[in-house]
Ligand binder design. Structure first.
Ligand SMILES: Nc1ncnc2c1ncn2[C@@H]1O[C@H](COP(=O)(O)OP(=O)(O)O)[C@@H](O)[C@H]1O
Ligand SMILES: [Mg+2]
Length: 196
């Protein structure tokens, strides 16, 4: 007489614990946390960068300064487009390089999103345009491309994003929070984007 064979796929509580443990390991390995105030992400496509930006834009309440640092073609404008999408702009964000500052609004409400490019704008010109006031305005979200060219007029508290070209369609994004408000927002962003 043949011995009774246990069905291979029979579930036991042990399997449940094991899969929970393996899932935790996978999440831990994927969690892009460098330290408590930084978050790293490798984007595989422009659309993935936009989607990530949209998760961040959705969390913005006004009064934030988001700095996007990276070489030409790194994806600063693509990320800004996503942030604008998540924040709810009526008009699509395009590169502000030639107009220096573009203002966007939502279908309703008085908040504004300002998309600034310091590639050609000098800190003195920005000061004349009143950018410092906008960066203190709780009704405005300010996204700055080439922020390293205008460090003097940027507030010390901000969310700094460094974008690096890894390969043709891969970009490394490093988000760093400067200040307690941005630290809270970075943690919220991590939960919204990665569930951890
Ligand atoms: N993973 C990616 N994320 C963002 N952009 C990407 C990615 N892969 C390729 N690209 C391309 O890189 C370019 C980035 O352009 P842009 O956002 O204008 O750069 P920047 O504003 O930094 O000069 C776009 O042509 C975009 O399609
Ligand atoms: Mg750009």
């Amino acid at each position: 007489m043949l011995p009774e064979i246990e069905p291979f796929n029979k579930w036991t509580p042990y399997d449940g614990c094991l899969s929970l443990f393996l899932n935790s390991c996978i999440i831990w390995l994927m969690t892009p946390i460098l330290d408590h105030k930084s978050l790293e992400f490798i984007s595989q496509s422009p659309e993935q960068t936009r989607r990530l930006g949209a998760k961040l834009g959705h969390l913005l309440r006004g009064g934030e300064v988001i700095c996007l640092e990276g070489d030409l073609g790194a994806g600063k404008t693509v990320l800004a487009q996503g942030i604008g999408r998540g924040w709810g702009t009526v008009s699509a964000l395009i590169s502000p390089t030639f107009v220096l500052i573009r203002e966007h609004r939502r279908p309703s409400g008085s908040q504004r999103l300002l998309h600034v490019d310091f590639y050609r704008l000098s800190a003195a010109e920005a000061w004349e345009l009143g950018l410092e006031d906008w960066m203190e305005d709780p009704q405005a979200v300010v996204i700055v491309e080439w922020p390293e060219r205008a460090r003097d007029i940027l507030p010390p508290e901000n969310l700094w994003v460094r974008l690096e070209i890894a390969e043709e369609s891969r970009r490394r994004l490093l988000f760093t929070a400067h200040g307690p408000k941005y630290l809270n927002q970075l943690h919220e962003f991590r939960r919204a984007a990665f569930g951890v």
